[in-house]
Design a protein around this ligand. Structure first.
Ligand code: 1PR
Length: 531
């Protein structure tokens, strides 16, 4: 029996699913006594250091947890569950951590995108049972803006490079904690969890230890989901956002099955977009929540879900906040949520008043779940002009002239799945969303969607240069070369595709092989047999 410390704010669903997939029974901590009576305790932390520590105090978990750790009993901390073990964090000045180890939590001091999101390697510093069966070439899923700084060299289990070298896991006695998320690190992550659970394994060090680890470029598979005219939930695909062919909604497969297939084929992340979310309220659209629940049971890479995340009042006058909608998605297995239409309306309001309200979906969700959990999905369309003076929006000089030979364009944001253009451009939108607490940008292009012509590099470069959070390039991928092009000609951290994968024109494996042969860092695909 594994005891899981759920302090209420984080998404523990993924950890429960991973442990259950390993055949374990999981008990959630309900009372302080549950901590003290645990045989093995797992503490997955998500969100913010301050809210984590204050919740531990409010629930009277702080002291029992400290006692459990001081007694050196079997413990695995994950992400914030590692950071809480130290004295304090720059994220929450004046707030004391558990102080089991000497050191503090420091914000990344690098010019690279923050949060550090994605798959990176590890450099083992000592032997551990955690490394049993690993070659040393594996990559694990990280998502964090802060890291451990400690002078207790003997506790450092492994380090990772991101701008500079930082501590990515610690081990002392029975206490182990990782900055990365084993529960979201595919088969190699499950192997790490399994090794933690098997306490009698002997300590080993992998054969290969990289001199420097590198963050992989992520390949994201995207599933646009909606109900078709027969009432079935299907994966569909638009052609410049038009998902109908001869009047019927295109049906490219079943969401849960397709997501599982992409996971086994090596997708680094899976995104579901509930494309009619703007009109079907998600808390009433239960099939979508069910898709998430079922997918997260056997897909162990990050899952993002978008569609309909906004405040909502139903016909009976009941109010549901965007935070409630997002929380339901997180409880059902999402690791990140993506906000489309609502982000445009929030930024319009912000530009109008010049003030953040603190009440928008972006602010409220990032405050509770952390910035890394909030993705902004932008649906821009090119608007061509003869000269920069013809618009108040920032323009680019384009190498793809408009229909009348125009040499300039701006990128107009749309809402409701491209149905309505607004008076705001994608670059401004991305910048304001970053300021309000978004952790990542999913950058679509209506002009390129479903065309197989390649990504809109000009759009991507314009947005990427404007923000310091990671950007996922989307729309238009038609071949492995297009991925190579977007990773070499722009600085994006990830590239997303839908159509080519659904229609099986190109596999994720082929894309990764192509990139690897040309020197692009990717996450190696490890198959089931590892377990
Ligand atoms: O506005 O918060 O309710 O969210 C709705 C979400 O649904 C938005 O993220 C929006 O992008 C998405 N969406 C709405 N309508 C459509 C549509 O296609 N009619 N899909 C839609 C957006 C873009 C990508 C697509 C890539 C890659 N689709 O998801 O997967 O363009 O495609 P490709 O590789 O085949 O070119 P809200």
């Amino acid at each position: 029996m594994i005891t899981l410390l759920d302090y209420g704010a984080g998404n523990v669903r993924s950890v429960v699913n991973a442990l259950e997939a390993l055949g374990e029974k999981v008990k959630l901590v309900k009372t302080p006594e549950d901590i003290l009576s645990a045989e093995k305790l797992i503490f997955p932390g998500v969100g913010n250091f301050s809210s984590l520590i204050s919740t531990l105090h409010e629930k009277n978990f702080f002291e029992p947890l400290k006692r459990y750790l001081l007694e050196d009993r079997p413990f695995l901390g994950i992400c914030l569950g590692l950071q809480a073990l130290f004295e304090y964090s720059e994220e929450a000045p004046g707030i004391k951590g558990l102080g089991i180890f000497k050191g503090y939590i420091k914000r990344f001091d690098t010019t690279l995108s923050i949060p550090h999101i994605g798959w990176n390697g590890i450099k083992p510093q000592k032997s551990s049972r955690l490394f049993d069966g690993l070659t040393g070439e594996e990559k694990f899923y990280f998502v964090h803006s802060y890291h451990v700084e400690t002078e207790e060299a003997d506790i450092i289990l492994c380090t990772t490079d991101y701008g500079y070298e930082f501590v990515s896991a610690i081990e002392k006695g029975n206490i182990i904690a990782t900055q990365f998320h084993p529960e979201k690190s595919g088969q190699v992550g499950l192997k790490i969890l399994k090794n933690f659970l098997e306490a009698n394994k002997s300590a080993v060090k992998p054969k290969f230890i990289p001199s420097k680890t590198k963050l992989a470029k992520r390949i994201v598979a995207c599933l646009d989901v909606r109900t078709n005219d027969d009432g079935d939930l299907v994966v569909t695909k638009g052609d410049q956002y038009d998902v109908r062919e001869k009047g019927q909604v295109r049906n490219l497969g079943k969401p849960v099955e397709l997501a599982r297939r992409y996971y086994t084929e090596g997708a680094d992340e899976i995104t579901f977009l509930n494309i009619t979310g703007f009109r079907d309220f998600p808390l009433k659209d239960l099939p979508m929540l069910e898709v998430l629940r079922l997918t997260s049971k056997n897909v162990f890479v990050p899952l993002t879900i978008g569609g309909g995340i906004r405040d909502f009042t139903d016909r009976d006058g009941n109010f549901y906040s965007a935070l409630e909608v997002a929380s339901e998605y997180f409880r059902s297995g999402a690791d990140k949520i993506s906000i489309g239409s609502d982000a445009v309306l929030i930024v319009e309001e912000y530009l109008h008043t010049g003030k953040a309200t603190g009440k928008s979906s972006i602010e409220t969700i990032s405050k509770v779940y952390g910035t890394q959990a909030v993705v902004i999905s932008i649906d821009p369309r090119r608007v061509y002009v003869d000269s920069p003076e013809k618009t108040k929006h920032p323009v680019i000089e384009t190498s793809i002239p408009g229909p009348n030979g125009e040499r300039y364009c701006w990128f107009q944001c749309t809402i409701k799945g491209g149905r309505e253009g607004r008076d705001i451009d994608a670059v401004t939108l991305a910048k304001v969303c970053e300021k309000l607490g978004a952790g990542e940008i999913l950058l679509n292009s209506i002009d390129r969607d479903g065309t197989n012509l390649g990504f809109d590099l000009e759009l991507i470069q314009a947005v990427k240069e404007a923000v310091s959070i990671p950007v996922i390039a989307s729309s238009g991928a038609g071949s492995p070369e297009h991925f190579y092009e977007v990773f070499t000609k722009t600085e994006v951290e990830a590239a997303l595709a839908a159509g080519i994968f659904h229609r099986q024109e190109v596999s994720i494996e082929e894309v990764k092989r192509y990139l690897k042969e040309r020197g692009i860092e990717i996450r190696p695909i490890f198959k089931e047999e590892l377990l």
